[in-house]
Design a protein around this ligand. Sequence first.
Ligand code: SAM
Length: 260
Amino acid sequence: MKHQARKRFGQHFLTDQSILSNLIGEMRPRPDDTLVEIGPGLGALTFWLLKAVNHLQVIEIDRDLAEKLRTGPWKDKLTVHEVDVLKFDFTQLEAPFRVVGNLPYNISSPILFTLLDFADKVIDQHFMLQKEVIDRMVAAPKTSDYGRLSVMLQAYYHMDHLFDVPPECFDPPPRVISAIVRMSPKPAQERAAIPHALFSKVVSTAFSQRRKMLRNTWNGVVPDHIAQEAGIALTARAEEISAAQFVDVAQRLSTYTAKA
Ligand code: SAM
């Protein structure tokens, strides 16, 4: 029986084989990779991945689709986790691992933030997302796409927008253009040096009102002298500050509060 795509799970199934082949070409999966696919759905990408790897972990929330995968022809090569990816404990996988998926677009940002907690264990992530979200992820300062998502992810990952995927490559077609991004965690030392909670606070307050000067948005969060020591003018706006500068402010703030 044909599976009826479920809107609440963001189900748009890839049908264009050349897109899948190009993605595999970019990823170059190897037989011994520990690889986890988020949202395998009907298995369009799963099929290609299984040609390359010995075993594949998949995370699928839809009970019917998970059951099909558990009992289907590839069952011996799959470990099926029937769970919400936002609640999945990635530490149960053998690290380091690779992550791939044509993500449900309605929860793509929460998925990206969830995975941030496991960056230590990740080799790389290849995701199909709304192109508009990838534009925001890789945006440079002083552009309209640049915001909290860009800064939070750019501090932790190198990211490449690989290629676009038009709506007609899916069934049913989404209303938006999609694209594929590669995310490779930055070196462990660089990531470990970021005081995450402070960094997150410094970035979200700065972008809480992106048109306002940092003097106002950082009031009570970042003392003026810390911004100045980091070479940031208090008249600047969040969208002018690079991810590296935000990290610098968070690090100075961390040292300052530890001393106080
Ligand atoms: N990989 C398939 C393909 O490319 O044809 C399906 C991609 S579809 C855009 C997204 C998939 O993620 C669906 O199979 C959906 O059921 C699953 N999904 C949606 N929300 C999820 C969640 N919270 N946790 C795990 N899987 C989820």
